[in-house]
Ligand binder design. Structure first.
Ligand SMILES: Nc1ncnc2c1ncn2[C@@H]1O[C@H](COP(=O)(O)OP(=O)(O)O)[C@@H](O)[C@H]1O
Ligand SMILES: [Mg+2]
Length: 234
């Protein structure tokens, strides 16, 4: 097991140093990220904008340890993730990072409550404790009346709120959101954004949010643009 006592409590939660990511393709390699530096500080909300195909999703996958950079280093809580096995990295990710995507990716055969409980059970929590904590998370996202509903029985906005509750399982401290309102109309999208900001305020959650919506992006404490493989002030 990893030594969690080595995880820094004061430095940046995420520290990306000279990150590069290339993809092999038929016409040679495609360089998506190139010498990218980034820091996420505790309690911070950072927005990332950028053209379609500029590498925003690739970046979030690397920051969230779903993917590894081809060059550079990613430190998570001060810990160099390049030194971790895939298994150790998955363990660290499960404890420290929550993801929200454009599409909810809830498991269709389970209720909202069960969907929110599953990450805790996967992390080894007992069933009753996981369900109890999932109920608390659904209350935070104001979805308690729908706890027993399956994803197909929820509206788009409710599905995304259930996905946010699930992302907060295991109290990750970091939430990475990839166009979380991209599939919702304006009003529902706004409600999801309000919810994310409230959660950050109330729980100290740090966030990186990728969005096409400049208005949403401008609400973040820091707004960055991904261009030419790097992040620039926007
Ligand atoms: N797994 C992959 N294999 C090959 N190319 C990829 C892969 N993932 C992303 N890409 C390419 O990398 C570029 C950036 O993609 P992406 O990060 O999804 O951009 P964005 O989220 O900003 O729209 C695109 O050209 C895309 O086709
Ligand atoms: Mg994308």
């Amino acid at each position: 097991m990893m030594n969690h006592s080595s995880v820094s409590r004061t430095g940046p939660l995420i520290h990306a140093q000279g990150i590069g990511r290339e993809f092999a393709g038929p016409g040679g390699s495609l360089r998506v990220l190139h010498g990218l530096d980034f820091e996420l500080k505790p309690g911070e909300i950072v927005s990332v904008v950028g053209a379609s195909g500029s590498g925003k999703s690739t970046l979030l996958h690397i920051l969230g340890c779903l993917d590894r950079p081809t060059s550079g280093r990613l430190l998570l809580g001060g810990q160099d993730t390049s030194l971790l096995s895939d298994r150790q990295l998955a363990g660290l990710r499960g404890k420290r990072i929550g993801f929200v995507f454009q599409f909810h990716h809830l498991l269709p055969e389970f209720t909202a409550l069960e969907n929110a409980a599953i990450p805790m059970m996967v992390a080894g929590q007992p069933l009753d404790q996981s369900l109890k904590e999932a109920a608390r998370l659904l209350e935070m996202v104001e979805l308690s009346p729908r706890a027993g509903h399956k994803p197909a029985e929820l509206s788009g906005g409710e599905q995304q709120r259930a996905a946010i509750a699930r992302a907060l399982a295991n109290s990750p401290g970091i939430l990475l959101a990839d166009e979380p309102t991209g599939n919702l109309d304006n009003k529902l999208g706004q409600a999801v954004i309000d919810l994310l900001w409230r959660l950050s305020r109330e729980t100290g959650l740090s966030m990186v949010i990728v969005t096409h919506n400049r208005e949403v992006a401008a609400r973040a404490g820091r707004m960055l643009e991904l261009r030419e493989g790097r992040l620039w002030p926007a």
